[in-house]
Structure formats: C-alpha cells, structure tokens
Design a binder for this molecule. Sequence first.
Ligand code: ADP
Length: 653
Amino acid sequence: MRVTVPEQDRRPIKRQTVRRVVGAFRPYRRKVALVGLAIAVTSGLGVVNPLMIRAVFNNALFGVPPGSPTCGGLRCPNLHLLYLYAGIMILVPVLTGLIGIGQTYLSNLVGLRVMQDFRNALYSHLQFMPLRFFTTTRTGEIQSRLANDVGGVQSVVTDTASSILSNVVVIVSSVVAMLVISWQLTVLSLFMTPLFMWLTYKVGKARQRVAAVTQQSMADLTTITEETLSVSGILLSKAFGRQRHEIDRFRGENERLTGLQIKQTMIGRSFFALVGTFFSITPALVYLVAGWVIRGHVGAINSGDLVSFTTLQSRLFFPIGSMLQVSSDVQTSMALFDRIFEYLDMHHEIADAPDAVDLPVDRVRGRVEFSDVWFRYDLPVEETTPSEISDDGHARHSREWALEGVSLEIEPGQLAALVGPSGAGKTTMTYLVPRFYDVQRGAVLIDGIDVRKLRLESLGGLIGIVTQETYLFHTTVRRNLLYGKPDASQEELEGAARAAFIHDRIMELPEGYDTVVGERGYKLSGGEKQRLAIARVILKDPRILILDEATSSLDTTSERLVQEALRPLMRGRTTIAIAHRLSTILSADVIFVVDRGRVVERGTHGELVARGGLYARLYEQQFRSGAVEAVTEDGLVLASGEVVRRATAPDEL
Ligand code: ADP
C-alpha cells in the first residue's frame, strides 16, 4: 500500500525518528540481516548472465577458429564451453528466483511483525490515555492512525529499504561489469544518465504533488460520507430536505477525485514510458559509439562485448529511476512514523503515582470528600498557574472553571443528590471521583485518601457508574453482563439480572442470555438497556455508585422499572446521584445544590425548601413542569401536579 503524506507533513527527517525506527526492528535483527544478505546476493547475481552472454559469444559460440576439420572455413562453437555457460545461465535465474522467494517471505514477516508491534503498543497506550484526549480528538483520527499509518509503515521494510539496498547493489555491480567490458562505452552511458535522471526527477515531483492532493481529496470524500451517512447525519439531511444538496456536494468531490486519479495514473505511466524509451534507444547509441571506437582504433570491441554491455546497461535505468523516488518514499515513511510516535509519546496525564496504594474493596468504607476542588477542562493539570486563581479563591476569568472551590463530604452509605441547572458542573463533579480528569487544585478523597494516591485499577474497582447513555458492546447479553465481573457464575448473573428487573425480559429474547445485543445486535429499548447496565453494576458490587439519572427519555413504565432496579443497587453503598427525579431527591440523605461551578446550598429537601433559595425555585419549576414526580403524604404519586398513581414501593413513601 502506498500512503502519501500531505505536503505540510513533509518535514526534514529527524535523526531521533530514524533511531527509533531502527530500534523497532532490533528484535528481528537476524532476519533483517538475512534479508539484506539475500538482496545483495540476488542483485549481485544479476550481472552474471550479461557476463555469461559475453563469454558465450566470444568463447563458446564462435570459440573454435576457422580451419578446424569440423567447421571448414568458419569459426565454430566450442560445445563443451557452451554447455557449461548455458548451464550457468539457466542455474543463476533459478537460484535468484528461489532466494527471492525466501527474501520476500522474510521481509514481509519482519514488516508485518513490526506493524503488529506498533499496533499493540499504540492500542495499549491509547487505553490509558485520559478522557480529555478522547473528547478532544476526532474518532476517525484515532482509527486512522491505528489502521492507515501503521499499515503504511510496513512498506518501509518490504519496499523502501529493500529497494534501496538492491538498487545500490545493482547499480554498482553493473557499472563495475560495464567498466570491465569497455570503459569507453561506460563513459558514454554515464553521459546519458544525467538526462534520464533529470527527467525522472521531474516526473517524480509531479507524481508526489498529485498524490498529495489525491490523498486529501480521498480524505474529504470519506469525511463527507462519514458525516452525512451516519444516523445523525442522515436524520439531519432528511429533516431539512437537504439530500439533493448533499448528493451534489458528494458528486463534486467525487468528480475531482476521479480527475486527480486519472492524472496520477498518467504520470505513473510516463515514468515507465521514460524508462522504456531509454531502455530501447541506448543499444542503438551504444552500437554507434562502438562503430566509432572500432573505426578510430580507440579500442577493440567484439560482438560479445557489445551484447553483454547493452544488457548490463539496460539494467541501470530502473534502479536509477527508483532511487530518485526513494527520498520521497523515505520521507513519507518517516512522516508516518512520526505520527505514530507522536501518539506513543503522548503523556499519560492520569497515571499511577509512584507511591500509589491499593484500597482493597473489602476494607473500603466509601466516604467521599471534595476539598476545595478547582477544575477546568481546557488545560491539563500541569499547565495551570496559580495566577489563574485569585488570592481570595475566585477565578480570574469566570466560567473558564467548571468547578470553583467545591468542598463537600458524603458519609459511607449515604445517598447524595447533586441538583442544579444544566451546565452547573454536576457531571464534572462525578468525573473527578474515578479520575476521568484530575483536579487543578484541591483534592478528591476516598476514605481520606487522595484519589491521585490510589492505584487506578484499585480505584476503578471501587466505583460503579450508571449513566443516561448506556453503552453495550456488540456481543451477547451474558458477555455484556460479565464485563462487571468476569468470573461471575450463572446464578450470580441471574441474581443481578433479577435485581435489576431485567431477567424476565432477557428470557424472552430469542436466545436468552446468549442473544447478541449492542449497536448492530438485538435492539433493546432505552429502559431495557439501562436495566442491563444496572445489572452489570450490581454484579460488580462497587462501594461507591455514581448515578446519572435520565431526564425524560423513557416512558413512564420503563422509567418506573429503572427506578425499581436502581433501588437495590443504591442500598448499602455511597451513592452520588445527578438527580432529576423527585423520588431520588426526597430519599437523599444530603442534597448539594450546584450552580455555576459552586455548591451554593446543602441540606435535606425539607431544609432546602424552607430556605427558599435556588433549590426551592428549581423544585417549584421542575415540579410544575412534571419533570419530576412527587409522592404526597397520603401515598399518591404526582406529576405535573396531577395524581398519576398510588405509590407502590415502600421507600417511595
Ligand atoms: P451539568 O452536568 O451540571 O449539566 P457539566 O458538568 O456537564 O454540567 O458542565 C459544566 C461546565 O463544563 C459547562 O459549562 C460545560 O459546558 C463545561 N464542559 C463540560 N464538559 C466539557 C468538556 N469536555 N470540555 C470543555 N468544557 C466542558
């Protein structure tokens, strides 16, 4: 695969990059050496046959002088020599072919293995990249580096490196052999070469330019396709009746691409035409010069020398031509390597501290504390300067900070509800507990230990998260559930599913627990997916639960079932809920009212309503709009001020 890098990425090759690339091949150095040897041998063997031609003409075919009894007045063949030479001329190509097969196998093996190593290294590195990286990088970009860039570098070994070595050997061995035959003819050939090189160079440059533009055009076409043929894209274009417009846009880019591809093919063709022309016309020139040489008594050239020489000379053009392309190939490969290294060098902003400790699940109590937490999304932790926070603890530029000096405590087993207007910072607060992001100032603590001092794996084991958006892998229900606890038994699995009120539904699916769900699998409803996600967390049995309640995407029945499923999940664990339902808020041990990155009020529902502040206003508005339900003292569930049903579960009351 030939991958071209846009013009702007063609930077000078860095020595460090070369060193790292060489380093990547180190584990395979024996194989690389073998490949090198094979290339040198096969390329070197290439001069044997032209030299044999000379020997055949001069010594074998017309080797016996006239006058011998068998040939009469003519020169006649020396058959013994002819057998020997013909034998060598058959043997050498066969041998070259065989070594070539071995060499191709080995060089591909090494190239593919190095590619495999890079893919593994990149994937592992990406798994530990902070969330910030994924929210700020286009998904396609990550995929492309893993697939195309890594794929592109394979050609470095299998094509570029091998071709450099073989071309050098071919050129040197051919020129030496030519010199041996006739220095005069060699001088003539070398005079011809600069013209050929100049033309090839020009063609190469043009090819590079067109290739870069073509690559860009292909990328544009892919972007259009990705954007407009995704579910959201197609919905948008249908909703706005913009299909015609999109089709025209696609056609335009498609037309441009075709034009460029035709141009690219033609330029490629002209390179071969150039080589072909030189290949064909040089024998004529060589014969001419030979004539002059013989006529002018400058030297002696016989027919064997001539045939052999033209054969050798024709071997030169292709290697010289491709050597002129090599620099751009190397540049392309190095640019691809640079892109891979750029990812590999990205700092794992959130990683285990050297003195990080484990907090065993059975010993953790689950107290969560925020101590003067300052956080902003737009800069990594190490880039924050103290000057961005003023002495009196306020942000110098308001609203750059998602959280400004948040302090709160949640005791083990408590249900804490975060309430506040949209964009207040509730989700952000929940992100800081599992260290999806690190705080810029202050600390988040679990059982009094700064989360940055806990080993990430241990921290991950303590926390369970149920969000509004449920992500299921494209695999069976069972495997999706086991993600929470890989060694869970069938009983545990069913127990969790029952607790989450999803077991019966799973049993109704075509293949029960073995039904494939997820993006391209069996379509579960939003509520069912959420209950599955809840079962997954029940299985995990974390000490701390983070719950982002859905707003109103579910119908009342599904909503109710999800609520029922959540109840056993919250029991006995510290729960931080971004609460939208009144029932959750009412049963909360403590409510934190968040506004513009600060905790502005705290207390129980009763206390906060009595206070008559932001909470009281929110409660009033949301209750009226029916976004939340309330249970009256006589056990009736109200929504939008209407009685919708009688409360059923005991803790609803
Ligand atoms: P809430 O959950 O209360 O609705 P969030 O915690 O999601 O609010 O957001 C708090 C603030 O942080 C908002 O101003 C929001 O625009 C901003 N924010 C959220 N996520 C990001 C992000 N990934 N990058 C930059 N800003 C963000």
